[in-house]
Design a protein around this ligand. Structure first.
Ligand SMILES: *[C@@H]1O[C@H](CO)[C@@H](O)[C@H](O)[C@H]1NC(C)=O
Ligand SMILES: *[C@@H]1O[C@H](CO)[C@@H](O)[C@H](O)[C@H]1NC(C)=O
Ligand SMILES: *[C@@H]1O[C@H](CO)[C@@H](O)[C@H](O)[C@H]1NC(C)=O
Length: 475
């Protein structure tokens, strides 16, 4: 090795040594001391960590809401119901019947119940509860708590009163059964539907069922340490349909919270002697707060309840990640077949396609498509267009900030879909069709001048020109 080589080698060595020193220094300086010293973290230090100062509250506080909005569409709806739990069976009974009450619509009191310690008598096709009724009273309740048998009835013969009457017998024998305290319990949701096919009616019913179970998850029974229902209980939960309607396209949704296969009352034969520990008799669809005030515009602009329900359905179908994609504004027209068709719709949309840039138009007859596929189409939609009707229920599944266009029959001032759009943060555009002679809005064809149709679509579509990745000038 020559002199020059040795010099270079020394230089490199010096460089490496100083680099190591600098790095060591930097790492000591950058790392907090606790990472280097393996001394155990004291309880006091842990406590200090637990009380780290938090985000200023105004980041997390939700905006003030009208109390009616919070009580009808916010979690207060569930909390209020939880706080009005009432036990109907005397403590000597082998079963318990706990009912929860809510009042959001005038003087009507809505109810759902949980029966614990029920047994099934297959020869009678009814359940028996060992229950000595007791006076249901509650101090400080904001209304008179209804007694057993006095619960509200709802349209299409639905609601807990009808269910209790149809399939439950109370036997006032005092027994030593342990139904009330059984820890590893099975759950059966008693479902008594309004009908099988109408999307709006059905989704309101399923939504009310989920809110009943949410309230159970927020509640503790008498002498119970655990909540009345937990996520783990879904494995032990089944749906038992006691109505005689066909399954229909929404049937699967009843099992949002039930992992065991759904049954019909007729499936319970004498050879399958089944004991059901817990029966859930859910809120009627007709009690859903979304039904309320649907002829008046309301001021409520958010609904954690509805948002959560929408997410649950999307999750159920594995569609939570789906949203509008691609460069175009996707306009989906709900083409009702049968009643209330928009006259000349095909020609109108041809003109729209030719005159409004950056759009894709699709026309759908949802009645012929499975629900999962319907929701998938809706998730990829930016502007949902339809003549007033249950198809607009799908606004529930639009991604946030989409647009809805509703063409109302002349003279019909229904605000249900307007209010739905408001609760979900969609923009909403409405127009009324021209008056026709025989005022049968349910069935007759709907006429709207072409210019007005183009006008309203123009607004809805261009309102989304800068939504998400879209980036267009209005020209
Ligand atoms: C089932 O109901 C029938 C008819 O009312 C009755 O005779 C029978 O004792 C009941 N079975 C049980 C196990 O309670
Ligand atoms: C509860 O459900 C499990 C699983 O389906 C079943 O094996 C068991 O018999 C049920 N218990 C009663 C009392 O019905
Ligand atoms: C809607 O469906 C009807 C048939 O029921 C059809 O004549 C019409 O062209 C459709 N409209 C659109 C926009 O596709």
């Amino acid at each position: 090795m020559d002199y020059r080589g040795a010099f270079l080698q020394r230089k490199v060595l010096r460089f490496v040594v100083s680099a190591v020193i600098v790095l060591l220094f930097l790492s000591f300086w950058l790392y907090p001391a606790s990472h280097l010293s393996p001394t155990p973290v004291t309880a006091a230090a842990q406590e200090n960590e637990a009380v780290l100062p938090t985000l200023p509250l105004d980041y997390v506080e939700s905006p003030r809401e009208a109390p009616w909005c919070a009580n009808s569409f916010g979690v207060a709806y569930l909390e209020n119901m939880r706080n009005l739990a009432t036990e109907y069976c005397a403590s000597s009974s082998s079963s318990a019947l706990t009912c929860f009450h809510s009042q959001t619509s005038g003087s009507r009191i809505d109810t759902f119940c949980l029966a614990q310690g029920a047994s099934f008598n297959s020869s009678r096709q009814r359940f028996t509860l060992g229950c000595e009724l007791q006076q249901s009273s509650m101090i400080n309740a904001p209304f008179d708590i209804p007694s057993y048998g006095q619960f509200e009835d709802y349209w299409y013969e639905t609601g807990p009163n009808i269910v209790l009457d149809k399939v439950i017998d109370l036997q006032s024998v005092s027994s030593t059964g342990t139904g009330r305290t059984s820890a590893n319990a099975n759950f059966t949701i008693l479902v008594n539907r309004e009908g099988p096919t109408n999307p709006w009616h059905t989704l309101m019913e399923v939504f009310s069922m989920t809110m009943s179970i949410d309230t159970l998850q927020m509640s503790r029974g008498v002498n119970h340490k655990r909540p009345l229902f937990t996520a783990a209980d879904m494995d032990n939960t089944q749906v038992l349909v006691i109505d005689k309607h066909e399954d229909g396209p929404f049937f699967d949704l009843w099992s949002l919270f039930a992992k065991k296969p759904a049954l019909r009352l007729r499936d319970l034969t004498p050879d399958s002697p089944i004991q059901f520990e817990n029966l859930i008799i859910p809120l009627a669809g007709g009690s859903n707060p979304l039904w309320q005030g649907d002829w008046e515009p309301h001021l409520c602009q958010r609904s954690p309840l509805l948002r959560t329900f929408s997410n649950r359905v999307l999750n159920f179908y594995g569609l939570e990640e789906h949203g509008p994609e691609g460069p175009d504004i996707v306009v989906t027209y709900i083409n009702r077949t049968g009643s209330r068709q928009l006259a000349d719709s095909e020609e109108y949309f041809r003109t729209i396609q030719a005159t409004i840039p950056h759009i894709t138009i699709q026309s759908m007859d949802f009645a012929t498509i499975p629900l999962k596929q319907q929701v998938e189409i809706i998730r990829k939609t930016d502007v949902l267009v339809g003549v007033h009707g249950a198809g607009l229920t799908h606004g529930i599944f639009l991604s946030q900030g989409s647009a809805m266009v509703e063409i109302l029959p002349a003279g019909l001032n229904h605000k249900g879909f307007r209010n739905l759009a408001s609760l979900l943060g969609h923009s909403y555009f409405s127009t009324h069709a021209s008056q026709t002679s025989n005022n049968d809005w349910h069935n007759e064809e709907v006429f709207l001048e072409k210019e007005r149709f183009i006008d309203i679509l123009n607004m809805a579509i261009k309102g989304l020109y800068n939504k998400g990745e879209k980036n267009y000038d209005v020209v």
